[in-house]
Design a binder for this molecule. Structure first.
Ligand code: NAD
Ligand code: MG
Length: 394
């Protein structure tokens, strides 16, 4: 069997590192063609030493030059690059079979589109790229004949629970039920959420993840983004997607059929499971994750997603039913708000305020291309930045 050549975009992050862990378990199946990172030169260098990729791409010249110097001094075969266009170049490279999209945020959209247009197997962890890209993203996948596979654990679970033929999903499925852990503040008095710190918001009970998605999990905006992601990936109308809180994160999501039968995917909360599934689909390979031990599991419990505690969640359905481009605005507003919260410029409860004010304040015209999307993203960031300055901590 020919080895699959893999590009890992966002290799130094939580999903990136888990991807390399799975790849390292199967040297006969996969080889690393390119690795990319924003700023962590030492971490990317270590990965270059272990995987000896053809390319390494850093964001920005200073980091790129520093990595290039170290790669050369170690005599590695890796060519180091540092322009934004290089991310898309490696993602679409003719020698590449698989692209893991594990950059966080809108910065991942352009290389995702490049991989989609080039017909790659595109493993999507970078949900912001799809929430921003919407129909333009899906159009690029169709046009390029790419295979888009979900890596988000919920969407991997849904994909594993759906019938094989995507053409039957809309007709055969009654609804999709996304599970949510409820994050670190599930039981905390909502009236006390104004003074939580970034570290408290990032302390997720079940998953170790990057800081942006951790804050999103605490506000439930992560689930809102995932509802939008599910709509785009599986083509069901928004009203047939539901969310239920399941604090143990054992059931990763479910599909309900017309006969009241529910098919679910279960497993330990370990991202290597959906990553291994995406890499090997339709086959399965060892992921390194521990299997569930049913006899020692805690009881599985379920709760409604409380609209008072998690007021941001409903924005998903509102954005999906609003004119095209609204999900892009919601995503950009939220990225700015989360960044401002992590930098101590707004309070935790003001993330929603920034999102609402920005959604109200941006005039949307339907995006039809990557340039349109990037313009809408930039416009929204400008507006959200104004809101941060207006309401922010002096
Ligand atoms: P992370 O912060 O740990 O890693 C992000 C990676 O992207 C890093 O390698 C970083 O160098 C790179 N990066 C950041 N900004 C960049 C930029 N502007 N340009 C180029 N590269 C940039 O994040 P993560 O937790 O690994 O999440 C990555 C994506 O996967 C996110 O979209 C997240 O929502 C999604 N996701 C993560 C998990 C998880 O368990 N961590 C689960 C499901 C989905
Ligand atoms: Mg998820």
């Amino acid at each position: 069997m020919k080895k699959q050549r893999v590009v890992v975009l966002g290799a130094t992050g939580s999903v990136g590192a888990n991807t390399l862990d799975v790849i390292a378990r199967h040297p006969e199946r996969y080889e690393v063609f390119a690795l990319t990172a924003a700023t962590k030169v030492d971490a990317l260098l270590k990965q270059c030493v272990q995987f000896r990729p053809a390319f390494a791409v850093m964001t920005g010249e200073p980091h790129g030059r520093e990595l290039a110097r170290q790669v050369e001094s170690l005599g590695l075969p890796t060519k180091v690059l540092w322009s934004a266009a290089d991310l898309s170049m490696v993602a679409a490279h003719e020698e590449v079979d698989v692209v893991m999209a594990a950059i966080v945020g809108a910065a991942g959209l352009a290389p995702c589109l490049a991989a989609a247009r080039a017909g790659k197997r595109l493993l999507l962890a970078n949900k912001e790229a799809l929430v921003l890209g919407g129909e333009v993203f899906l159009g690029a996948v169709r046009q390029g004949g790419a295979t888009l596979l979900p890596i988000d654990s919920e969407h991997s679970a849904i994909f594993q629970s759906l019938p094989d033929d995507p053409a039957t999903w809309n007709e055969r499925v009654e609804k999709i039920i996304l599970t949510a852990s409820g994050g670190p503040f599930r039981t905390r008095d909502p009236a006390t959420l104004h003074d939580v710190t970034p570290d408290q918001a990032c302390a997720h009970p079940n998953w170790i993840m990057g800081r942006k998605i951790s804050v999103d999990s605490a506000t439930m905006m992560n689930k809102a983004l995932e509802v939008i992601e599910a709509c785009y990936l599986f083509g069901l109308p928004p009203r047939r997607i539901e969310v239920v809180i399941h604090p143990q994160s054992i059931i990763h999501s479910m599909v309900q059929y017309h006969d009241a039968s529910v098919v679910a995917q279960l497993g330990t909360p370990d991202m290597r499971v959906p990553i291994a599934y995406g890499l090997a689909w339709p086959e399965r390979v060892a992921s390194g994750a521990a299997a569930l031990d049913f006899l020692s599991l805690p009881p599985m419990t379920f709760e409604p997603a409380d609209a008072v505690r998690f007021p941001g969640l409903r924005l998903a359905w509102q954005a999906l039913e609003a004119p095209a481009g609204t999900t892009a605005v919601l995503n950009a507003a939220n990225e700015v708000a989360v960044e401002a919260f992590l930098a101590g410029r707004i309070r935790f409860d003001q993330i929603l305020e920034v999102n609402l004010a920005t959604l109200d304040g941006v005039t949307i015209s339907k995006p039809g291309s990557l340039d349109d999307l990037l313009a809408l993203d930039a416009l929204t960031r400008g507006k959200a930045g104004q809101e941060v300055r207006r309401i922010g901590i002096p």
